[in-house]
Ligand binder design. Structure first.
Ligand code: DC
Length: 219
């Protein structure tokens, strides 16, 4: 098992931007686990499987073949990176992610991905469930209004008040579910990115990485 940097936090906290930049700086593999839940939600929608058909969705999660080249996701060989970013799939992914058996299937795949490489993995349960022994755990947060502003920049076509509602609903579901809810691991460092540039956040995490992984020595 390589080194693992776990980054968890709510929607719009900047996890993807930060995790991708951090992985590039360290030469680690970047893994966006939210994209995996989104891809299962997309596959279910295409198959007309309702979100309460837990067993059928679990079967998709078990059968799914993922490849995650930097910043993209391939589901069964098809690049679905853009198709998974619609508001409908965001909502559906959060519902799919509440199904325990779906989580079990995807967590197994996430653990396999870390068997060979050093990774930066982002999601909601990476430091608590997927890799509870990760050396570096960051809980990345930002003010609700800033998180809506950031998502607005990605999705200018959605009115800001609708986006604010969607994010609030999704966070409430992700934090309130019975299975692996979004919660800060006791040994995670809480980092509030409100008002910070991505570079500043990455530098701060690199400082934490140096203390926790290399401890001042090169490896
Ligand atoms: O990070 P994201 O917005 O792409 O994630 C999509 C949904 O998937 C989100 O509502 C919560 C869920 N998710 C999860 O439950 N566990 C993860 N490790 C990653 C995402």
């Amino acid at each position: 098992m390589g080194h693992i940097i776990a980054i968890d936090g709510p929607a719009g906290a900047g996890k993807s931007t930060i995790a991708r930049a951090l992985a590039a700086r360290l030469g680690y593999t970047y893994i966006d686990t939210g994209a995996m839940y989104r891809a299962i939600a997309l596959w279910a929608a295409r198959q007309n499987i309702a979100l309460d058909e837990a067993h059928r969705i679990e079967q998709l999660a078990r059968a799914a073949d993922f490849a995650l080249p930097p910043g993209r996701i391939l589901l069964n060989g098809e690049d679905v990176s853009e198709s998974i970013r619609t508001p409908e799939i965001s909502g559906a992914a959060s519902k799919v992610a509440a199904i325990g058996a779906v989580r079990a299937a995807l967590v197994e795949k996430q653990r396999e991905m870390a068997a060979q490489a050093n990774i930066v993995m982002e999601g909601r349960d990476i430091g608590t469930v997927v890799f509870p022994a990760a050396r570096v755990k960051i809980f990345l947060d930002a003010d609700a209004s800033e998180r809506v502003r950031r998502r607005s920049a990605d999705q200018p076509e959605v009115p800001a008040d609708a986006l604010a509602r969607q994010i609030a609903e999704r966070d409430a579901r992700d934090r309130g579910r019975a299975e692996s809810p979004l919660v800060q691991a006791p040994d995670a460092v809480y980092l509030d990115s409100t008002g910070l540039t991505p570079d500043q956040v990455v530098e701060e995490i690199l400082r934490i990485v140096r203390t926790r992984i290399s401890n001042g020595h090169s490896e």
